[in-house]
Design a protein around this ligand. Structure first.
Ligand code: DGL
Length: 269
């Protein structure tokens, strides 16, 4: 076992959202090997119960670790990370980086101290998220909005069907109704994938914040601390893994190629 600057990085989400995190990782660490895993069988996570998600994420990660032996895992899902991190860190010895709402930078950057938090219904309701707000944004008014619809819209967008501006304006309305709001946190990894469309559908300009670059910096900082058996990484093919076969994956091929995911595999859970 040796220290290495290369790593086999497992990026995990319910659906395609984690690709926004994968993109940031690939920009910072292009030489690493990436395995992108989508639990499409249990998608979406944003409307599922806490009990279900804790058990489900444990089960899927266990199967993924067995199959891929990653050096580090990125749970590229706010809905899962705001709930399951303590449980999975206790159960798996591999370093795990979670993606949680970027409340601290948003509070620091907002001039009006009115910020929007756009996530899944699960993420915006979590005690973890409320604690983050209490810890880092106690001087701000935080307008929370949970949208499962926007997750479905992002899934469709990556399959080639772009959303209409009207539909997006309707989803953004509860945030923009507050005229003081100057910052929106994209607290679901699906949302940065349709950021351009969200900006076009917005009635005025605001600062959009997501977690991608911070996560890439965190993984980069952890790499020298990893003890890994993947130093040579002879087989550097990047793979997408799904938990069920589905016709919806066929429409994703172009997108997967864009993210340099050249192989597709399946695991049984
Ligand atoms: N991409 C996920 C997140 O960051 C969850 C989407 C879903 O499955 O509802 O929250």
């Amino acid at each position: 076992m040796t220290h290495t600057a290369l790593a086999r990085i497992l990026v995990f989400d319910s659906g395609v959202g984690g690709l926004s995190i994968l993109q940031a990782l690939q920009q910072t660490l292009p030489a690493s090997q990436y395995i992108y895993a989508s639990d499409n069988q249990a998608f979406p996570y944003g409307t599922k119960s806490a009990e279900f998600l804790i058990e489900r994420v444990h089960k899927v990660l266990q199967a993924l670790i067995k199959k891929c032996q990653p050096d580090i895992i990125v749970v590229a899902c706010n809905t899962a990370s705001t709930l399951v991190l303590p449980h999975i860190r206790q159960n798996f010895s591999i370093p795990i980086v979670g993606v949680v709402p970027a409340i601290k930078p948003a509070a620091l950057q907002s001039k009006t101290k009115v910020i929007g938090l756009l996530g899944t219904p699960g993420t915006v309701a979590r005690p973890y998220t409320k604690n983050l707000i209490g810890e880092f944004a106690s001087d701000c008014e935080v307008v929370c909005s949970g949208s499962a619809e926007l997750v479905a819209i992002a899934e469709q967008a990556l399959r080639g069907t772009l959303p209409g501006a009207e539909e997006l304006s309707g989803i953004l309305k509860p945030l923009f109704d507050n005229e003081q709001l100057d910052t929106i946190i994209l607290a679901c990894t699906h949302f940065p994938l349709i950021k351009e469309q969200l900006i076009s559908a917005s009635p005025r300009s605001v600062n959009w914040i997501d977690s991608g670059e911070a996560i890439a910096r965190r993984v980069n900082a952890l790499l020298p601390t990893l003890t890994t058996t993947n130093t040579t990484l002879k087989d550097v093919k990047n793979t997408a893994i799904f938990t069920t076969q589905s016709a919806a994956i066929d429409c994703l091929h172009k997108t997967l190629q864009r993210f340099k995911l050249t192989e597709i595999e399946y695991i049984k859970t």
